[in-house]
Design a protein around this ligand. Sequence first.
Ligand code: MN
Length: 414
Amino acid sequence: MQSFIHVPKDHPFPIQNLPYGVFTHHNEAERHVGVAIGDWILDLTQCENLGLLPKFGEGHLFQEGWLNPLMGQPPFVWSALRKHTMKLLSINEPILRDNVVLRDQVLVPQQAVNLHLGVRIGDYTDFYASIHHASNVGKIFRDKDHPLFLNWKHMPIGYHGRTSSIRESGTPLYRPKGQSQNPVTGAIEFGPCVQLDFELELGVYIGFGNELGEAISVNEAAHYIFGFTLLNDWSARDIQRFEYQPLGPFLGKNFATFVSPWVVPMEALEPFIAFFPKQAGLAGYLDQELLPKWDVSLEVYLQPKNEPDPILISQTNTKELYWTFDQMIAHHTINGCNLRPGDLLASGTISGESSGSYGSMLELSWGGKFPIPVGAEVRTWLQDGDRLTLRAFAQGDVFRIGFGDVVGTILPPK
Ligand code: MN
């Protein structure tokens, strides 16, 4: 399938992708919902106003300027809307292709807008689903020979995160302050975080939710996923290490989490599912015949202030996750916990097996012991002025499904 809008090969946003996002025109407050196509956005709020979309259910879906009204619809509505949007943009469909006036009303160049967090996120859960990441952390902090806790292979481990500090790519990030224990003197100190880190993660937004008391079965779980986002779970390791016992991460995590502004629909990634053999010996509610994993390439770039270009410091793939998102959803709800439209579930740091594929500075510098070269400089942890970019894409033969970069520049503490 092709669009009348020219999209170069390997552009992140071909007509097969059509990720959802929310934008405002420069100097305007009104939020619009749209889908990205090449360097353009098809303005769905405007399409709805102009009667270019079929009516789904009762009210309007795009007048609020958030994705939640769409996310709360049943999956057949997502599907129907996606088909219709593809048709509007198709090279074979004259409605927009041959009508310059209409086209000018609904197609907006991406550079003419500001992108925003598009989802009113309800609850945010962060898992710990990469076996390489969990093993590395265990090896660095605990036991080289037995890095995983007993529970790790029995269930996807997770914790409840904080929603208020989840922001879109490009938001200023001030180095957080907090308490930590000086590793040399043992003294408890307060000050700017020294061990600032990133975590490379993939997240799913829940669409249609479940009722309190009802579990979602692992084989049905995929129907509850509206779409995917790339996510950076910024982490203050020194603060985290001192505070995390006994109740888990708190201020070491909740100062900021960045997501890509685009939400990649579940359907856009369907061609990139690969099936893997299941884990052995699981409780029935986690038992999937084959494990569906998405073949999504992940890259991390770091650009110190004085470097002219971003430098690739890590490369991995979401196939490296041990637990599937289906299993995370089944586990999250097995006790009757209800998920709601707009909830965000993140994978946890995604690391591969080899040292060039780790998804955090903690692992890349092995607990800060071995600084890595970054251009003319070296890094153990992130420094002020560093610009970090996460990138994700599923690569097909003729097109690529991109996620939109997650970018953050470290600013000195306030
Ligand atoms: Mn995390």
